[in-house]
Ligand binder design. Structure first.
Ligand code: AKG
Length: 299
């Protein structure tokens, strides 16, 4: 099962596509059982937390916490779940997902990144994610990159579904820098007169998969429920989209073999495809940031 021509046109026009319950209930249940185990083990561990879990770095599997306190530690994110468990790895290579990605980014696919964002209830300091474009974090020589979000539980505006601004992938790449010229990973929507009326909430039942373009402006609101909102995000890129910076994910200059091992469809090539895409280098950063949550709070 892939997508119809009209779904492809919808994606091209709007910069996103929602596929209801693409992943079966059975597979979602298995993932949720595994996640509960991982989270409980980590919460009960007495391991000392430093830097709220540390930064995203090559091939790393790690947790991002709300604080360094072992008593009140809450897990915001699990980075690179696909590196540590077959179930997550298989999901990142799921045929239904990859077939759609292939159609949407032009035929070749290289795995780029993986994370599991929990979005804690608001009362447990689960933050909102401010408006941003993923391409601002990792510019490439072309923009055939896509983010895929998989809801592991039913997701509505109440528990912080993703929101996206229709058609924004065709507009400019906005500055994600502060007034002091530091990269802070968010857009000043007022200053840039971004029409938030064009935003749509990407809600769906558990197993729903959302696909969005790397230049689509997106974010998510607060979670007003008592439970967390687990969302797996996987990034994929065309094999000839060459990274212009090292974003802490598989990178040719860090480990060339591993970079190519992440090819899912298509051939290796040393010839990047350079297209006329807007690029702003995401530097400097005030300090080496731990997560998007921290980064977006910096000035
Ligand atoms: O977890 C979310 O709600 C969105 C996260 C996101 O957009 C990101 O990590 O780039």
């Amino acid at each position: 099962m892939s997508i119809t021509r009209s779904e492809t046109s919808f994606y091209k026009k709007n910069g996103y596509l929602v596929k209801d319950e693409l992943i079966s209930k059975k597979d979602i249940n298995k993932l949720n059982i595994l996640i509960n185990k991982i989270v409980n083990k980590e919460k009960n561990s007495r391991r000392k937390v430093r830097d709220q879990g540390g930064t995203q770095s090559y091939n790393n599997y790690h947790f991002v916490f709300t604080s360094n306190s072992s008593k009140n530690k809450e897990i915001l994110r699990l980075n690179n779940p696909q590196n540590n468990n077959k179930l997550f790895y298989n999901l990142s290579r799921n045929k239904k997902i990859i077939d759609i990605v292939k159609k949407l980014i032009g035929g070749t696919v290289r795995f780029h990144l993986g994370k599991l964002n929990f979005k804690l209830p608001n009362k447990k300091k689960g933050s909102l994610v401010e408006w941003h474009q993923d391409f601002a974090f990792y510019p490439h020589t072309n923009d055939d990159l896509i983010t895929v979000g998989i809801y592991l539980e039913d997701c509505s505006e109440k528990n912080g579904s993703l929101k996206i601004i229709k058609g924004s992938h065709k507009k400019e790449l906005f500055s994600h820098h502060s007034n002091n010229n530091y990269f802070i990973g968010k857009i000043n929507t007022k200053k840039n007169k971004i029409n938030l009326n064009k935003s749509v909430s990407l809600t769906g039942k558990a197993g729903t998969v959302v696909f969005f373009h790397c230049r689509s402006i997106h974010g998510s609101g607060l979670n007003y429920t008592n439970g967390s909102r687990p969302l797996i995000l996987f990034g994929y890129r065309a094999t000839d989209a060459w990274p212009l910076i090292n974003d802490g994910n598989p990178h040719p200059e860090t480990n060339f073999d591993n970079y190519d091992k992440n090819i899912i469809s298509g051939k290796k090539s040393l010839v990047p495809r350079c297209t006329d895409v807007p690029v702003i280098i995401p530097l400097p950063k005030k300090k080496h940031y731990v997560s998007i949550y921290q980064l977006q709070k910096s000035k």
